[in-house]
Write a protein that binds this ligand. Structure first.
Ligand code: PRP
Ligand code: URA
Length: 206
């Protein structure tokens, strides 16, 4: 399974600000959007393009445009914090939603909502900032591949080794782009060092 961990000074700076327990929701949200722009830039690096002609104020020249349809799929809640940045960069993308919540004691994710547009032959960008056990991402990736997506990228802020291993076993072609690969999970399946509960930090639900 292809895994890209960002190697970028600005991305590392933004992740550090997100990790900081003193960063309040009103800063956490724009930091999430800024980091998502870098994740999108990396995910779209090798998307198929087609040649087009463009007229500059001076002359006509050859240019490129991204070929093929893109579907962004945030995993509720935390993935919603990434959606605006994706749509700013890819305004023609359509959007699907997956609602998943981990049980507080077992850390097993259960689905409470799923609404997806047509995915056949399209590129899907699955948005979930935290890849911990991998249960949530696996459930969502299963929906996207089952619906016929041509390729699926998972964009996350922090990934744990356990989540990467779980996805690699079941989704050999899934392309994971993470801003950081962290060390471990704790007893409650939170990422270490991590940054805590992403949804709570985005939305102030402490
Ligand atoms: C968080 C996070 C991921 C999931 C990752 O969501 O946003 O979706 O946990 O954990 P996993 O890899 O072990 O499945 P959570 O279940 O806390 O829901 P919330 O965003 O609604 O708070
Ligand atoms: N979900 C989060 O929001 N944070 C973690 O560390 C693990 C799962």
């Amino acid at each position: 399974m292809p895994l890209t961990v960002l190697d970028h000074a600005l991305a590392a700076h933004l992740v550090t600000r997100l990790r900081d327990r003193e960063t309040p929701p009103e800063q956490f949200r724009p930091l999430t959007r800024a980091l998502t722009r870098i994740l999108v830039t990396e995910a779209t690096r090798r998307l198929p393009t087609r040649t087009v002609t463009v007229r500059t104020p001076l002359e006509e020249t050859a240019g490129v445009e991204i070929a093929g349809d893109i579907v962004a799929v945030p995993v509720l809640r935390a993935g919603l914090g990434m959606l605006d940045a994706v749509l700013e960069m890819l305004p023609e993308a359509s959007v699907g939603y997956v609602g998943l919540e981990r049980d507080e004691t077992t850390a097993i994710a259960a689905s409470y909502y799923c609404k997806l547009p047509a995915l056949e032959d399209k590129t899907a960008l699955l948005l979930d900032p935290m890849l911990a056990t991998g249960g949530s991402a696996a459930w969502a990736a299963n929906q996207l591949t089952g619906a016929g997506a041509a390729q699926v990228f998972l964009l996350c802020v922090v990934a744990a080794p356990q989540g990467i291993a779980r996805l690699a076993e079941s989704f050999p072609t899934l392309q994971v782009i993470a801003a950081s690969l962290d060390r471990d999970l704790d007893d409650r399946k939170y990422i270490l060092p991590g940054l805590g509960d992403y949804g709570d930090r985005l939305y102030g639900t402490f």
